[in-house]
Ligand binder design. Structure first.
Ligand SMILES: [Zn+2]
Length: 188
């Protein structure tokens, strides 16, 4: 494995759905590329809402990305990419707690790692890998959405369909951003 002398840096961009996390991630990766740095984007392969090999926003922005079926694939997919450069990981909550190990490995390689995703699950509980990544982070950006009920600051992703699955892919119509007061956690 190639090594860099750069100290790793972890940036976490989190918040509910529709908060602009992917837009913020794309902006950071694009700025790094414009500055001449190697910047690689990676996303979970199960998130196939809009495209296979791109990270995309609800508003149509997109950036080419590697797609990993699970967190165990991340290091193999990246190879030497991101050594001393920048690695952006979108929709990190789909990878679960298993993403913490490859993120730490990338940091040890000297990479600047930018992780975006939802830090609260549909019940409002901490959503792995964010508890561990928020402790590890050098910079945390918490974005808010607009509550679909009252227009207040939304921190929750209200699931609009019945499912006990913690990971359930959805887009506009499947989830609503909700503030703390308007959030209705599932009863079960
Ligand atoms: Zn509200």
């Amino acid at each position: 494995m190639a090594l860099s002398t750069a100290p790793g840096r972890l940036e976490v961009i989190c918040g509910p759905m529709f908060a602009g996390k992917t837009t913020a991630l794309i902006a950071r990766l694009s700025a790094a590329r414009a500055a001449g740095l190697e910047a690689v984007a990676l996303k979970p392969a199960l998130d196939t809402r809009y495209a296979h090999a791109a990270i995309t926003t609800h508003t149509g922005e997109r950036l080419p990305a590697l797609a990993a079926a699970c967190a165990g694939e991340v290091m193999n997919l990246l190879g030497d990419a991101g050594v001393g450069g920048v690695v952006g990981i979108d929709e990190a909550h789909f990878f679960g707690a298993a993403l913490v190990a490859p993120v730490r490995a990338l940091l040890l390689r000297g990479a600047r790692v930018i992780v975006a995703g939802v830090e609260r699950d549909h019940r409002g509980a901490p959503f792995e890998p964010f508890p561990a990544l928020l402790v590890e982070a050098d910079e945390v950006v918490k974005l808010h959405a607009v509550c679909a009920r009252c227009g207040g600051l939304a921190v929750h992703s209200q699931r609009m369909f019945a499912s006990n699955e913690r990971v359930a892919v959805g887009g506009a119509g499947d989830y609503e951003a909700r503030c703390r007061r308007c959030f209705e956690p599932p009863a079960d």
